[in-house]
Design a protein around this ligand. Structure first.
Ligand SMILES: [Mg+2]
Length: 177
């Protein structure tokens, strides 16, 4: 197992807001159709730039459809290894669930799930030690939203915290005198 970091990244309400209203207060990313417009969360470019450099790989996992997801990833400049969409979800009672794959746990020793809806994830409970959920508040087009700046600091600190935990356990087990 390498010292690889994986980011499993959500799109809707985490990085963008798809709205049917004529206008919103925040910046437009693109018009998906005559009615549906996609808006950027404030500081999203800065946040994506940070993710692109910080993680070994990013896998986007969204319950949205493929063409919509591909356009968002392309326009935001997300360097995604893979884009998993609705067709990769499990549908149950009108809800789409995201399935955590055991191969991710084998490949990466640290996995961050950046998603405003942690409840839609299945099978993460088997990998508690490797997975950290990073949960922003749901974005609905607020122009003064600062969440992505906070998230960036939080993600940097998870690494520091887990390093401290590792050091502590090495000391505890007498590996480091
Ligand atoms: Mg979401």
């Amino acid at each position: 197992m390498g010292r690889n970091k994986l980011c499993l990244l959500d799109l809707d309400h985490t990085l963008i807001y798809g709205s049917y209203a004529p206008t919103e207060k925040t910046e437009l990313l693109f018009e998906h159709s005559q009615y549906l417009k996609v808006y950027k969360r404030p500081f999203v470019e800065e946040f994506i730039d940070f993710l692109n450099h910080f993680y070994t790989h990013i896998i986007v996992y969204t319950t949205a459809k493929k063409d919509y997801a591909n356009r968002i990833c392309n326009d935001l400049g997300i360097h995604a290894l893979k884009i998993l969409t609705r067709q990769d979800c499990k549908q149950k009672n009108n809800t789409y669930y995201k399935m955590f794959k055991s191969e991710w746990a084998k490949t990466y020793n640290s996995i961050h799930i950046v998603d405003d809806s942690p409840n839609v994830w299945l099978d993460t409970e088997y990998y508690d030690k490797q997975i950290t959920f990073v949960v922003p508040k749901e974005f609905r087009g607020e122009a003064d939203d600062m969440e992505l700046l906070k998230l960036k600091e939080l993600i940097k600190n998870i690494q520091i915290l887990s390093k401290k935990v590792r050091l502590h356990s090495l000391l505890l087990h007498g590996i480091i005198p």
